[in-house]
Design a protein around this ligand. Structure first.
Ligand SMILES: Nc1nc2c(ncn2[C@@H]2O[C@H](COP(=O)(O)OP(=O)(O)OP(=O)(O)O)[C@@H](O)[C@H]2O)c(=O)[nH]1
Ligand SMILES: [Mg+2]
Ligand SMILES: [Zn+2]
Length: 357
């Protein structure tokens, strides 16, 4: 076994030296459960916790390890380890945490490619694909669309679906597969490169774990028929797990997501909706909202049918979400700052107070 088999490369080697971590062992986080981590190293797998220092200096969720991270650790006893430092990540997939607005949830890090998995039956939804694409672009992860359960529809229906994707989404590989018959598996296998890390994204019950298991040739992730029979879907996979495929690819399975909230999307929307964004440069008003303005190039294109109306509506919706998320974060930051000031003044007053020693 070499660390390269887990995705280690020249960049991480350099980062390790730059961060003066040569005296530590390196490992990759392969699963996480409530601040307990399983780290895979050259020697084996270890239960790990972070140092107190790392915990107390952490300012946000992003300062804690996540599945996919490369960490510097020391081992003790047989199977335990302490994580001292997280190497800088080249990509981070995150979303708006469900039910906790303004907070983010880490999905996985150091990912090269994301499989956006959707079943062609009732799960199929292009708006949601655009949502995942936006997350991928803002995370600096290359998207690959995987349509599953093609055994449940006929060829005509499949080609209609492919065509509907083609109208709105360009230049991204789309692979249609069946986990039942393994049709399309060759295409998936041939897209997976040695030493690169792939991450499964998609709703519950679409077949992410079935695909992971089949690709690995082992039953690593539990799958379930129940999630298929209800529309809501019960989450079968409850944790993330990194597995190394025989072909040399590295795969991270994920629990299904019910909501794909747009968090800090940086340039994500601009890339997903590049046609809309480039047209908006021609709008009459600089601050055009593309909703009712005269001389709006985007609206014109929608009316002419040059831009798909549903795609346009999805864009506006995600723009609003992004703005809302950003203002929530900004508000939170202000409050924290104000609180910090109050605390500082309080301490100052206390010091001035002669009764205080
Ligand atoms: N007919 C058909 N059934 C499939 C296919 N892929 C998966 N299934 C079934 O769908 C159900 C859910 O599959 P899972 O692999 O557990 O789905 P998942 O995406 O991992 O779900 P979560 O872990 O809940 O996110 C299982 O009963 C699978 O057998 C497929 O291509 N065709
Ligand atoms: Mg699963
Ligand atoms: Zn406009």
């Amino acid at each position: 076994m070499k660390l390269e088999n887990l995705g280690y490369n020249q960049v991480f080697k350099k980062l390790r030296i730059e961060n003066k971590l040569e005296d530590f062992e390196m490992g990759r986080i392969i699963s996480e459960h409530k601040e307990r981590y399983i780290v895979k190293t050259l020697i084996g797998e270890f239960d790990a916790e972070i140092t107190g220092n790392l915990r107390f200096s952490a300012k946000s969720r992003e300062d804690f390890p996540a599945v996919g991270d490369w960490v510097a650790l020391t081992r003790y006893e047989d199977n335990l380890a302490i994580i001292h430092k997280i190497l800088p990540r080249f990509s981070t997939i995150k979303r708006q945490a469900v039910g906790r607005f303004g907070e983010i949830q880490m999905i996985a890090t150091n990912i090269d490619y994301a499989f956006i998995v959707q079943a062609v039956d009732r799960d199929f939804n292009i708006n949601r694909i655009e949502r995942y694409l936006t997350i991928c672009y803002s995370s600096k992860v290359n998207p690959i669309i995987v349509l599953t359960k093609t055994d449940l529809i006929n060829e005509q229906q499949l080609s209609e679906i492919l065509e509907s994707i083609n109208i709105r989404i360009n230049n991204i590989p789309v692979i249609a597969i069946s986990n039942e018959t393994q049709a399309g598996y060759d295409a998936v296998k041939s897209i997976i490169e040695k030493g690169k890390t792939y991450c499964m994204l998609g709703s519950s019950g679409v077949g992410k774990s079935t695909l992971s298991n089949n690709l690995s040739g082992k039953i690593i992730m539990k799958t379930d028929a129940i999630s298929q029979s209800t529309n809501k879907g019960r989450h079968v996979t409850s944790h993330r797990e990194l597995i190394v495929l025989e072909s040399g690819g590295i795969l991270i399975d994920n629990p299904g997501m019910r909501e794909v909230g747009i968090a800090d999307t940086a340039s994500g929307l601009e890339t997903t909706f590049d046609r809309i964004v480039s047209l908006s440069g021609n709008c009459k008003f600089k601050d055009c909202t593309h909703t009712n303005e005269i001389g709006c190039s985007v609206l014109e294109a929608v009316e002419k049918g040059a831009i798909d109306k549903k795609s346009y509506e999805n864009y506006l919706k995600m723009e609003r979400e992004k703005a809302h998320f950003e203002s929530t974060v900004e508000e939170k930051r202000k409050k924290d700052k104000e609180f910090g000031k109050i605390l500082k003044n309080y301490k100052k007053d206390m010091k001035k107070n002669k009764y205080y020693k």
